[in-house]
Design a protein around this ligand. Structure first.
Ligand code: HEM
Length: 459
């Protein structure tokens, strides 16, 4: 059984064991004593990343949160680290320091063969039959919620899509009726999320981490009982029931605490990423009304003006998909991906020793002018099949790549397409005159003030 009282133990192999000076030969900055470069990174992650890239090239070191780390920039670096042909890079040890306390043993905290086996078993939840079921649930929930968004006045979009995504997850992910229990699950999950980015990393009373651990304990208890029930009674089409009954290649079911941990991790992986991606797509459609019109015409043609987007029709929203891809190029929901090197390796002529925390940057790669001409311009036509074929496969990595590539990416496309179909067949989306919503870039990009949007009913 997963521990109810405490978060998972922190494994000693996550602490850095590099010899002093082991990275001195690499270009980069150590920053100020104790804090290193942390303050500069936190104050302006995009600006500081650009500065390091411009000053030192495709390989540079910095020192954040007490750890020296090495960044590798560009499509070749992304391929090396994500495809990981020689099994050099540990995802578990890369993400562990940030996620192990509250989200232990999720797929991103597993490596190599054990990871492959569990990932294959969980893949059952993303097969066409359950996906069709989620599509219906998403259409129902989104149609009902957005019907109440009509303006003016403007309303903050970000909190609304965050709440809606939680409510939709209760239905599609957990198979729960909306009601007091779903509300309690949502509250526990929000506490867990807030705990994961809290400054205090110990579960002390009255801290975000303390509430996060309490939230985790509640979810572990509930999900443990629910896994057993779903196994006994047979499950529905929701993701949790699929996980509860998932089988490995050898025919064994996952242990109950593994199902629970995978489920909690999945909710983490799905939640802020979708809300961030949907918000950035909306942002660019607000700034580029000509693209809003194109996507509306497409949604009208495919759904017959009703907004209800059938599972079979998802591929027909081609322009919407291209616009979503372009929005995630400019504002990737996961700006960077960490790993830890298990063996020495060489990249761009630099020798990097085993034990180094390494990271790649979607944020910087997605704006490299040699791969993305006029990189700051919003242009969904960069994603026509012809344009995609001309580019390096790893120049665009919002969903990662290789063995850990996002397991829920088709779910993410589906939710965002269904959302846009309902919104655009019902409303014209507008910003108040002179208002340009500011963005907080870190740790997951989001509009700083919630992004006030007027949902003006179509005439
Ligand atoms: C726009 C939305 C999303 C974005 C941008 C996104 C991004 C990512 C990225 C970059 C990774 C790889 C991290 C790495 O290699 O270290 C990842 C992994 C993952 N994502 Fe997503 N994600 C999104 C939505 C979702 C959704 C909706 C789900 C579930 C329904 C999901 C489930 C997962 C899982 C389980 C993993 C771990 C896969 C593994 O380690 O094998 N994600 N995601």
């Amino acid at each position: 059984m997963a521990s109810l009282a405490q978060p998972a133990p922190r494994f000693s192999h996550w602490s850095q064991k590099l010899k002093k000076g082991a990275l001195d030969h690499l270009p980069g900055e150590d920053g100020i004593p104790v804090l290193g470069t942390t303050l500069r990174l936190v104050a302006d992650p995009i600006g500081y990343g650009k500065h390091l890239h411009a000053s030192y090239g495709t390989v540079f070191r910095s020192r954040n949160f007490g750890v020296r780390q090495v960044s590798l920039i560009g499509p070749e670096a992304n391929e090396l680290l994500l495809f990981d042909r020689d099994k050099v890079f540990s995802s578990e040890q890369g993400w562990g320091p940030a996620l192990d306390l509250l989200f232990p043993r999720g797929l991103m905290l597993m490596d190599f063969e054990a990871h492959r086996v569990d990932r294959k078993a969980l893949g059952i939840a993303f097969k066409p039959e359950p996906m069709r079921h989620y599509a219906d649930a998403l259409n129902r929930g989104i149609a009902e919620a957005v019907a109440g968004w009509a303006g003016p006045p403007a309303m903050p979009f970000y909190p609304a899509i965050k709440q809606l995504t939680l409510d939709l997850a209760a239905d599609s992910f957990l198979g729960m009726e909306w009601g007091p229990e779903a509300a309690r699950v949502n509250r526990a999950f929000v506490d867990l999320l807030n705990g994961s980015i809290g400054v205090v990393r110990k579960p002390l009373p009255f801290t975000a981490m303390g509430r996060g651990v309490a939230g985790r304990n509640y979810l572990v208890e509930l999900f443990t009982a629910e896994t057993l029930r779903r196994r006994k009674e047979g499950g529905g089409q929701d993701m949790f029931s699929q996980f509860a009954n998932a089988k490995r290649e050898d025919g064994s079911v996952l242990a109950v605490d593994q199902v629970v941990d995978h489920m909690i991790f999945l909710m983490l992986a799905a939640h802020d990423t979708i809300t961030s991606g949907a918000s950035s797509l909306l942002y660019f459609l607000l700034k580029h009304p000509e693209w809003q019109d194109k996507l509306r015409a497409e949604a009208m043609a495919v759904t017959g003006s009703k907004g209800w987007l059938a599972y079979e029709d998802l591929p027909r929203l081609e322009l919407t998909e291209m616009a979503f891809k372009e929005a995630m190029r400019l504002i990737p929901p996961v700006p960077g991906v960490p790993r830890r090197a298990l063996k020495d390796f060489v990249f761009a002529g630099h020798r990097i020793p085993a034990g180094t925390q390494v990271g790649i940057s979607a944020q910087l790669t997605h704006r490299m002018p040699q791969h993305w001409p006029d990189p700051d311009r919003f242009d969904p036509l960069r994603f026509t099949p012809e344009e995609v074929a001309k580019r390096h496969k790893y120049a665009w990595i919002p969903f990662g790549g290789g063995a850990h590539m996002c397991l829920g990416l088709h779910f993410a496309y589906m939710q965002v397409k269904i959302l846009m179909a309902h919104l655009l067949t019902r409303y014209v989306l507008e910003l108040e005159p002179g208002y340009d919503p500011p963005w907080a870039p870190w740790p997951i990009p989001k509009p700083k003030d919630g992004m006030r949007v007027i949902f003006r009913p179509l005439a």
